[in-house]
Design a protein around this ligand. Structure first.
Ligand code: HEM
Length: 231
């Protein structure tokens, strides 16, 4: 992708990711936060955390399905914005809901499974955010970094569970998010399965290829001008 298009794409992504925060600030500025402002702000930030999280998880499937390269340039940015929104979402709970009452917060985490799962998702996001720099990738090594960043899927699952657990039964929205996550996971699993089969296939044919090569040197091997025989 050309450098100019890459920069334009990133600028557009920054604008899209910051827009929900700007709209929230507008709502706050115009005192339009509904009957329960704390709940409004928490839910707004929670919704955008989950949307950005799923968007970042969708980048690799987009490349796999359509062969596009540009989504990969956005994966890290979207993931970091998801982390920023999650931190704000958590801060509202910490400051406005409980005002640093650690005992009350501890009880909330233990008593309400949806808070436990939300905290788990946020805790899992920390190492990913901390290792999102190019220097961290170099230090960890590509393979280890990739392994660590597979946690993004566990975070997606925890985020969706958090929402499923806290939402009213009649609310279908968390099920839509769950369906998107299942689809993204299925695409990744399908690709992983295909690659594994291809790898197994290539190791199975390797001895046959070696045999043909060796055959070329043996008395009973192919004569000059004869192609390698298949096993
Ligand atoms: C990756 C992490 C997280 C994601 C994706 C997430 C997502 C969400 C979503 C989608 C909602 C519902 C929004 C709605 O009903 O429209 C929500 C609500 C909520 N979340 Fe989270 N959340 C995360 C972490 C946390 C953490 C760490 C806490 C606190 C410890 C937390 C506490 C809450 C609370 C209390 C609500 C309910 C607010 C209310 O109904 O008034 N969440 N979250």
């Amino acid at each position: 992708m050309a450098r100019r298009s890459r920069v334009a794409l990133k600028v557009a992504a920054w604008a899209v990711c910051l827009a929900p925060l700007a709209v929230l600030l507008y709502h706050a500025g115009t005192r339009d936060l509904g009957a329960n402002p704390i709940s409004f702000v928490t839910n707004w930030l929670g919704d955008w955390t989950l949307r950005l999280l799923l968007a970042s998880l969708a980048m690799t499937p987009l490349r796999l399905l359509f062969g596009l390269s540009w989504p990969l340039a956005l994966r890290r940015l979207l993931g970091l914005f998801a982390f920023a929104y999650a931190t704000l979402h958590f801060s509202v709970w910490l400051v406005l809901d409980h005002f640093f009452d650690w005992r009350e917060m501890g009880a909330d985490i233990v008593k309400r499974p949806y808070v436990t799962v939300g905290m788990t998702a946020l805790a899992l996001m920390l190492p990913l955010a901390a290792t999102s720099t190019t220097a961290a990738i170099r230090k960890l090594g590509g393979r280890n970094w990739q392994r660590l960043h597979r946690l993004a899927y566990a975070i997606g699952v925890a985020g969706v569970l958090h929402y499923l657990w806290l939402a009213k039964k009649a609310n279908p929205t968390p099920y839509y998010y769950a369906a998107v996550l299942v689809l993204l996971l299925a695409i990744r699993a399908g690709n992983w399965g295909r690659r594994r089969v291809a790898r197994l296939g290539s190791t199975a044919t390797l001895p046959a290829v070696s045999r043909n090569r060796l055959g070329a040197l043996s008395p009973s091997g192919p004569r000059p001008g004869e192609g390698p025989r298949t096993a």
